[in-house]
Design a protein around this ligand. Sequence first.
Ligand code: 16G
Ligand code: ZN
Length: 528
Amino acid sequence: IIDYNKIKEASAKHPKLKEINYTYGTAGFRMKAEYLESVIFRVGILAGLRSKKLNSKVIGIMVTASHNPEADNGVKLVDPNGEMLEQRWEGYATQLANAQSEEDLITVIKSIVSQNEIDESKNAIVVYARDTRPSGPKLIAALEDGIKAINAVGENLGIKTTPQLHYFTNYLNCCEKPAEGRYEELADKLYYEKFANAFYKAVGDNQRLSTVYIDAANGVGAPKLRELAEWIDKINDNIFKVTIINDDINARGKLNFQCGADYVKTGQNPPLGLNLTCEHRAASLDGDADRIVFYYVEGDGTFRLLDGDKIAALSAGFIIELVKTAGLDINVGVVQTAYANGSSTAYLEEELKVPVSCVPTGVKHLHHKAQEYDVGVYFEANGHGTILFSSEARTAEQETAVKKLQALSELINQTVGDALSDLLFVESILMNRQWSFQKWNSIYTDMPNRLVKVVVSNRHIFKTTNAERTLVEPKGLQEKIDKLVAQYKNGRSFVRPSGTEDVVRVYAEASTREDCDELAFKVAGLVY
Ligand code: 16G
Ligand code: ZN
């Protein structure tokens, strides 16, 4: 039963700051860590309510701000199947976070209980983890107060990557409950064991490739990848060689600073601390290890990025080949956002002849669309993505191609995009194909592109349609953009409000670097 007095008392220790209006957005709640204490306390309560509503299923909570600066933090809820929180409950999260007084908070809780006919007497179970941010422990303490206030059982998983938390939440709900051992260690062990074994299966007896240099953004990906690589070594120490750089998780100020997937993708240059020569294969993770981008430099020093679009193309190409070889009746589809490079879309549609759909930014949109295919490949250009295999695609026939397909389906983290699982997935395809990064890059040539952010007084006046590719408001602006775009060969540009920052983003693409930069600059000028 819910003890409302207990909640009131506990909440008084984590009062809501007056001046702030919170929104549960694409990435949950995310902002400067010092504004988050009351919010995280309330997220603990919400997770308890959600668990009660879903018959005591386990709900996950991740405390992270991903690629944001070290001073930020954030929190996200994970549903029992490991997917993002159901959309209607995002609204409840926002309402709870904004309740000003203790009285208001109780009113909101009671209305969630009654709207969802929640049985207050049901048990509630939640698991939670955090990344390596210095503000993490204090916020976890506030979270625990919220979990206790609603009489939920809470299991602290300690420091984990975001995808590990998604994976373990799903595991607890669908697999046998672990009989012994602390959850904190189990969550690592089960994860390493699963992905190391699947990698071994997927690479078969193909020869290993050269060392991959991983920029771990000085975040949680560093220790976790190191341990995962040790597990792989235990099975066979001659299939995967990795060198981790930017692995300093203890020094202040280093997390995501001039390194990590977002830095590399946005700036289209290598991170601090990595001396790239043309022999190197490299990749960058983000601060919670759910994004990865690969890259290398040419002999002449040109930087080549293998981003989410290239990962999607590599994966789709290999999977389609396996499906054909095995003669399976399985449909493969790719889901992209407006940020996908035009050349990648053309390659998928024209060369691979695979259906491509475009959806708004944010994992929940991509994930849901991908579920419509037997095999749904989705990657955002920024390096977040995964592949969903329906049970249809996981048949038990014993043919080699089918076996390989099955191994791949086990190697990819199907709950959410996962940098570590994606890394092994890509590596296994490259090993099967014996492809270099150069060969992989050559499947198509990226159109020069530029992403800029524009600070505006109110980003909420920007409204989009057509999977964010067309502005409907402010009125007349889209026509002006269209006119500009028409002046450039292969020009493409769109404007959308960010879901995570107080800015408007402008994306532009054109045949040459100069044209593309000029187009981005001019469109930004229209927005400003
Ligand atoms: C978050 C999303 C990412 C999206 C980005 C867009 C998840 C796990 N991550 O990082 O998918 O691309 O936000 O940010 O959902 P924006 O709206 O600020 O451009
Ligand atoms: Zn992330």
